[in-house]
Design a binder for this molecule. Structure first.
Ligand SMILES: [Zn+2]
Length: 323
């Protein structure tokens, strides 16, 4: 089953370690593992980590410069897709497809021209915040809270988007950028439900009613997002699947069943968070991802539902928003 994975942190992880081998490395994602796992489109997240960049655009761009070097080195083996047409054209080229995504848009610093420059660079999915307050709004937890695996609620959890965040929503709708709410405060999420005229998505979030972590979505959020045509990518992070048992395939199936029960089969998607997560994972890297597909078959998901999870729902949203 071909897979669209909506979130990974591989490229900046490689930059931090000075790893320039993308064909076969120690990360959870590389070209060999993607081929083995039947990747269709892999989203590559570019993370603006405030303690490192202080939301300085020039510092953030160093990550892009590293990525461009990797893309050039493997130009005969990979391609960056920016539209459904690009995907259709590249599908049989034998090249691995990647879509560029941003996690935290803090470095635009209230400047829509920078947002446009980032769109021109190639990003088609952009997360409003990570865990820090920025020019558009507030995150849904602090970094410290996530590291401790604690579901403690962040004081700004119910704060909505800032006025500039509302402007950015409208601009992203107009440009054709998919908004990612995965790290956004609950208040910001509900503002997006009110304001966004296009479907938006959670690239890597699970169900809060199964695993009570602030990074997961409540049933009310799943319902509202599904009604808007949105999707959520199943996150493999142990703390977001089950505090006690961690990342088991059984636990992942429980989240998928619940997502489907509350949001319907059109809500399912995959968002591994590979190379952004640690701990014991029953699916330790992308090469083993078909184990989850087999488990879905065993658990009684229909072939159509599995295809929707694998890539069809993501392709639908790409078509509706990016074009
Ligand atoms: Zn994340």
């Amino acid at each position: 089953m071909k897979i669209i994975d909506l979130h990974s942190d591989t490229i900046l992880g490689m930059k931090m370690k000075g790893e320039e081998n993308f064909e076969n490395n120690e990360f959870m994602i590389d070209l060999t593992k993607l081929a083995k796992g039947e990747s269709f489109v892999q989203c590559l997240g570019f993370f603006d980590f405030k303690p490192m960049s202080n939301y300085d655009y020039e510092v953030f761009k160093q990550g892009e410069q590293f990525a461009e070097k990797i893309f050039a080195k493997y130009a005969d083996k990979l391609t960056i897709v920016k539209s459904v047409k690009d995907i259709a054209e590249a599908e049989n080229s034998g090249k691995q497809m990647f879509m560029l995504t941003k996690e935290d848009i803090g470095c635009i610093n209230s400047d829509l021209n920078i947002l446009k420059a980032e769109y021109d660079f190639g990003y088609r999915i952009m997360g409003f915040t990570w865990n820090f307050e920025n020019c558009v709004g507030f995150g849904n937890s602090t970094d410290a809270v996530v590291r401790e695996g604690s579901p403690t609620v962040y004081p700004h959890m119910n704060d909505g988007l800032k006025p500039f965040g509302k402007q950015v929503t409208e601009y992203m709708n107009e440009l054709g950028v998919i908004i990612d709410c995965s790290h956004l405060s609950d208040g910001g999420f509900w503002d997006l439900i009110d304001i966004s005229t296009k479907p938006f998505i959670a690239t890597h979030s699970n169900c809060r009613s199964i695993c009570s972590h602030v990074r997961n979505l409540t049933d009310e959020m799943i319902k509202a997002l599904a009604d808007k045509g949105g999707i959520s990518g199943l996150n493999f992070c142990p703390e977001f699947i089950d505090e006690k048992t961690g990342c088991t395939i059984e636990g992942m199936i429980a989240h998928l069943k619940h997502m489907m029960k509350v949001g319907g089969e059109d809500f399912l998607a995959c968002g591994t968070d590979f190379d952004g997560i640690g701990g014991e994972l029953e699916i330790p890297d992308f090469s083993k991802i078909q184990l989850l597909i087999q488990a879905m078959e065993t658990a009684g998901f229909t072939a159509n539902q599995i295809e929707k999870f694998g890539y069809k729902n993501a392709m639908r949203v790409f078509g509706e928003v990016i074009g």
